[in-house]
Write a protein that binds this ligand. Sequence first.
Ligand code: GRF
Length: 189
Amino acid sequence: MKRIAIFASGTGTNAKKIIEHFKGHELIEVALIVSNKKEAKVLDIARENNIPHLVINKTELNDSNYILEKFSMFGIDFIVLAGFLLLIPKYLVSNFPNRIINIHPALLPKFGGKGMFGMHVHQAVKESGEKETGITIHFVNEKYDEGGIIFQASVPVLPEYSPDDIAKQVQKLEHLHFAKTIESLIEKS
Ligand code: GRF
C-alpha cells in the first residue's frame, strides 16, 4: 500500500473527498491526518473515519526528528496538502521529493504566493477582472505555490459573480479533480 498523510488547517472538505475516494482502494490509503489547529473540522472527519491524527505546532513541524519519526511509524509515502497554511520545511521537501502535493484555488502562477489563500484569492481574481479562474494541483517546493504543476482545470468568471460565487465554482473543481489526480500520480510512481 502507498500511504498518504493529509495536512489540513481548516474545514477539510477536500480531505473528506480524498478519504472517501480511497476507501477500500487496493493500492492507496489515507493513513494520517495532520493539522496545526486543534479545533479544525478536519480532525472530526479523521475521527469519524477512524484515521489517526496528529496536531502539531510550528515548532514541531520544523523538528525533523520528531516528524520523520512519526512518518516512519505511520509508513507515510506521500503528503497531500489540503488547505494547510504553514510553510512546508525544507527537510520535508528533500525527504519527499515530488511526493508532496498541494492544491491551490487559482490558475498558478497567477494569484499565488504568501497571503494568497482562501477568499483572498477569489477577491483578487474578482478585482482583476479575469475572465477565468480555476485550480492548480502542484508539487511542493520550499516556496509557496512555485513547485511543478501537475494538473490545472479552469472555470469561467462571469461578470455578475461575487468572490463567494467564484469560491463555489472553484470548490466544485477541487472536489471533482483532486483525489483523481492524486490517484493517477501515485499509480504512476
Ligand atoms: C481549498 O480551497 C484549497 O484550494 C486550498 O485550501 C482550501 C481548503 O478547503 N489550498 P477545504 O478545507 O478542503 O474545504
